[in-house]
Design a protein. Structure first.
Ligand code: GDP
Length: 435
C-alpha cells in the first residue's frame, strides 16, 4: 500500500492534473479534498484534451474510483455540466467511478452572485476572483450557512433548511448590495435540476476511504491551486479560501489517519500566476509575451492570460516547506528551450536587504527580485525520455531547482502528453545519500 499527495508548490497551474493523470495508473482511488470548480486541470491523453474543474483527474482512467471529499466546495451546477461534458467525450461517469461526500457542503447560485457583486464593489482593489463563488461559499461554511450534501437524503428537513438559508442570503443580496433576490420556485427548480441527479453518487466517503486504507488500497490525493494560495500561509489576502497544503488532507478527506508516503510537489520550470496579488519575479512587455505564448499560459477556467516570470527560488522553497514535499515534479521544461540564457530569481531585496526567506505578505509588495542567469540548452527536448539524454545545460537547470528547493526532482515533464515524461527512479535515494 502507498498513498501519495500531488500538490502545487507555487501559485497553481503547475501541471498537477498532468501528473495525476500520469500517476493514477498505480492508484485505486483519487481524492479531491479542498477547493472547488474555480481552477482547472488540463489533461491531454489518448481520449483527448480535457479541462477538468471539479472532477478528480482520475476520472480519465478506467478502474479508478474518484472522490469529492468533505472539504470541497460542491458546486452541483458546474459538476453536472462537467459530467455531461466529459461523458460527451466518451468518458463514463457513474457511481462506480465517482463518489461525493455526504459531508461536503453545497455551493448555491447566490455564492456566485455574491462573489461577483463584491469584486465589482471593490473595483481596483479586487482580488481577481474567478467569480465561482468560492470565497462566499467558504465564509458561509464557516458560519454554518450552507447545507451538507447528505441533507438531500432528508427531503423535508432539507426543504426547511433551504428556506431559512434563502431568506438569509436574500437579505444579504438585497440589503448589502441592492441586488436581485431568489424566489422559492427558482431555488427549488435549481435543486431539482442540479442536486437531485447527484444523489446516486452521495455517500460517506470518509468511511469508504478509511476502509480502503485498511484494505491496503493505494490512494492519491489531488490538490487544487498551490502553496502560495493557501488560506493560512499564502500571499494573504490574495489566497484562495481553503487550505491548498497537504497537511489539510486528513481533515478535508474525512480521514484522520490518512497516511502519506509521498508528497509530490509540482513546480513549473518558470513562474506563472493568475489573478491579483504580489508576484515578485514577474516579467512584462515582449519578454513576457514570448514566454506566455511559448507556454500557452492562458487559464483553464477563465481563458485569462496568466502573468509570467522567472523561476522563483524564494517562493519555491517556501512552497516545498509548506507542503512538506518529499519529491518534486518539474513541468514545462520544454517551454524554456527557446532561451539562450534563462533568468532565475535567487533572492529578494526587501527595503534594500537581501533575503532568501519568503517575506511576510505586507512586505511582498516592495520586494524586488535578485536575478541571475543560467545557460539555456536552446534545442528541442520534447522527445527526450531519459535523464541521460537531456542536454547538460538542462540537467544543470534541473539540479539548480533541486538545490534551491532542497528537495529531489524525480519527474521532469517535457510536454503535455502523458508519455512526455522523464522519470528518475533512484533520485530520492541518491539525494538522501548525498544530503
Ligand atoms: P494544474 O491546474 O496544476 O493541473 O495546471 P493547468 O492544467 O492549469 O496548467 C498546466 C498546463 O500545462 C496544461 O495546459 C498542461 O497541458 C500543460 N502542461 C503540463 N505539463 C507540461 C509540459 O511539461 N510541457 C508543456 N509544454 N505543457 C505542459
Amino acid at each position: 500500500m502507498s498513498n501519495r499527495a500531488i500538490v502545487g508548490i507555487n501559485w497553481g497551474d503547475e501541471g498537477k492534473g498532468r501528473m495525476v493523470d500520469l500517476l493514477t495508473e498505480s492508484y485505486d482511488i483519487v481524492v479531491r479534498y479542498q477547493g472547488g470548480g474555480n481552477a482547472g486541470h488540463t489533461v491531454v491523453n489518448e481520449k483527448g484534451r480535457f479541462a477538468l474543474h471539479l472532477l478528480p483527474s482520475g476520472v480519465l482512467r478506467e478502474g479508478v474510483m474518484n472522490i469529492l471529499a468533505d472539504g470541497v466546495a460542491l458546486d452541483p451546477e458546474n459538476l453536472c455540466k462537467e459530467i455531461e461534458d466529459v461523458r460527451s467525450n466518451g468518458v463514463s461517469v457513474t457511481p462506480d467511478n465517482l463518489l461525493i461526500s455526504s459531508w461536503s457542503s453545497l455551493l448555491f447560485p447566490w455564492h456566485r452572485d455574491l462573489d461577483e457583486l463584491e469584486e465589482s464593489r471593490l473595483g481596483d482593489s479586487k482580488f481577481g476572483s474567478t467569480k465561482q463563488g468560492i470565497a462566499p461559499f467558504y465564509a458561509d461554511r464557516s458560519r454554518k450557512k450552507t447545507i451538507l450534501t447528505g441533507e438531500l437524503f432528508y427531503p423535508e428537513a432539507f426543504a426547511a433548511h433551504l428556506q431559512q438559508l434563502m431568506e438569509y442570503e436574500n437579505l444579504t443580496l438585497d440589503r448589502e448590495y441592492g441586488a436581485l433576490t431568489y424566489s422559492k420556485e427558482e431555488v427549488n427548480d435549481w435543486v431539482d435540476r442540479y442536486c437531485r441527479p447527484l444523489i446516486p453518487f452521495i455517500c460517506d466517503t470518509g468511511k469508504y476511504l478509511r476502509e480502503s486504507q485498511a484494505k491496503g488500497k493505494n490512494i492519491l490525493f489531488e490538490a487544487q491551486l498551490g502553496a502560495l494560495r493557501d488560506l493560512d500561509r499564502g500571499i494573504w489576502p490574495f489566497t484562495t479560501s481553503s487550505n491548498t497544503t497537504a497537511s489539510y488532507i486528513p481533515v478535508g478527506a474525512g480521514m484522520p489517519g490518512a497516511v502519506l508516503d509521498d508528497v509530490t510537489g509540482v513546480v513549473k520550470a518558470y513562474s506563472t500566476c493568475v489573478g491579483e496579488g504580489p508576484f515578485v519575479s514577474e516579467w512584462s512587455g515582449a519578454e513576457a509575451e514570448q514566454l506566455r505564448e511559448a507556454g500557452e499560459e492562458y487559464g483553464a477556467k477563465t481563458g485569462r492570460a496568466r502573468r509570467v516570470g522567472s523561476f522563483d527560488c524564494v517562493a519555491t522553497r517556501h512552497g516545498v516547506m509548506m507542503q512538506n514535499a518529499t519529491e518534486i515534479a518539474v513541468t514545462k521544461l520544454d517551454v524554456l528551450s527557446y532561451m539562450e540564457r534563462i533568468p532565475v530569481c535567487t533572492a529578494y531585496l526587501v527595503d534594500g536587504e537581501r533575503t532568501e526567506d519568503f517575506p511576510f505578505p505586507s512586505a511582498l509588495d516592495s520586494a524586488v527580485p535578485v536575478t541571475e542567469y543560467m545557460e539555456g540548452w536552446n534545442c528541442d527536448i520534447s522527445s527526450v525520455r531519459t535523464w541521460e539524454d537531456l542536454p547538460d545545460a538542462a540537467k544543470r537547470y534541473v539540479s539548480f531547482i533541486e538545490e534551491a528547493a532542497g528537495c529531489p526532482v524525480t519527474y521532469i515533464s517535457v510536454g503535455p502528453e502523458r508519455e512526455s515524461i522523464i522519470i528518475r527512479k533512484n533520485r530520492k535515494e541518491e539525494w538522501r545519500r548525498a544530503h
